[in-house]
Design a protein around this ligand. Structure first.
Ligand code: AMP
Length: 294
């Protein structure tokens, strides 16, 4: 495995791979790997000739009061894990090269980014789309892998790819969870033991929504009310949002039909966590499919 930090070197390597007609798979990350990251990498390893993973804690997607400084980092451990998973290139660009003095160009996807997480993190998605666009330009991958864990992010990137006619296939991979249902996240390291226990309420609330829908409930308001009640059984949980939205527009829907995203953002102690499930209710209103949550 090669570690590349220079943008030009990364560009040159990627260019050579394209010239050799190699299928390039790319996974952008902020590092501090867990099984969620590794599942993306392992899938890419199966599908692509060359696997490139970036590690870059992107400052412009953090708000001024967010956790940029204390975001967990362990590059040595990440290197070892990446090697084990068969990564070809670990691309670790430097801040000063990604955002040199005078940097002033941003990519904004309107519409989808003001909703859900965009309400409490107004500059987050423009930071994400800008860095992803830059990484795509440097690497020009054939396929890029994202996790459903950050469903809104994945939908926003897909929209950007479509709107800007970019020639990159986007694969969205299922959420990897701990045994108790907690979605894996680098930020879980912030949680104390008791916070971690109460954080499982997030997945439990999503499972409750799934059960209600399976039982025939179609009224979003009623489902959300029950989810909120469950979450608030813990005094250390504060809810940012519990929303049921259409997967294409991310608009709230009063009645469950078609494919819906049920999403939660909640603060446990001081840690903001997100999770979601996607449920598809077919026309006969009985059959439904959903993410096979463990
Ligand atoms: P991050 O390093 O948190 O920016 O995540 C890098 C990529 O891994 C993103 O596409 C995330 O959606 C994805 N990811 C993070 N956590 C999980 C998870 N638990 N399951 C699946 N994918 C994940």
């Amino acid at each position: 495995m090669k570690i590349i930090t220079e943008l030009d070197k990364m560009k040159t390597y990627a260019k050579i791979m394209r010239k050799e007609n190699k299928l390039v798979g790319f996974i952008p990350t902020m590092g501090y790997f867990h099984e969620g990251h590794l599942s993306l990498i392992k899938t890419a390893r199966k599908q692509a000739d060359v696997v490139i993973v970036s590690i870059f804690v992107n400052p412009i997607q953090f708000g001024p009061k967010e956790d940029l400084e204390k975001y967990p980092r362990d590059i040595k451990r990440d290197e070892e894990l990446a090697k084990t998973c068969g990564v070809d290139i670990l691309f670790c660009p430097k801040n000063k090269d990604m955002y040199p003095e005078g940097f002033s160009t941003y990519v904004e996807v309107e519409g989808l980014t003001e909703k859900l997480c965009g309400k409490s993190r107004p500059t987050h998605f423009r930071g994400v789309t800008t860095v992803v666009m830059k990484l795509f330009e440097i690497i020009k991958p054939d396929i890029a892998y994202f996790g459903q864990k950050d469903a809104q992010q994945a939908f926003v990137i897909k929209k950007m790819i479509g709107d800007l006619n970019m020639d990159i296939a986007i694969k969205i991979m299922p959420i990897v969870r701990e045994k108790d249902g907690l979605a894996m996240s680098s930020r879980n390291v912030y949680l104390t033991k008791s916070e971690k226990k109460d954080a499982t309420l997030i997945h439990k609330a999503l499972k409750l929504a799934e059960e209600l829908i399976t039982g025939g409930e179609r009224d979003s308001k009623k489902i959300i009310k029950k989810m909120r009640e469950l979450l608030l059984t813990s005094s250390i949980v504060s809810i940012d949002y519990v929303s049921i939205v259409d997967t294409r527009s991310l608009k709230e829907i009063p009645t469950i039909e078609g494919e819906v995203l049920i999403a939660i953002a909640a603060v446990i102690g001081k840690t903001r966590l997100i999770d979601n499930i996607i449920i598809k209710v077919t026309e006969d209103e009985k059959a439904y499919e959903c993410e096979k949550s463990k």
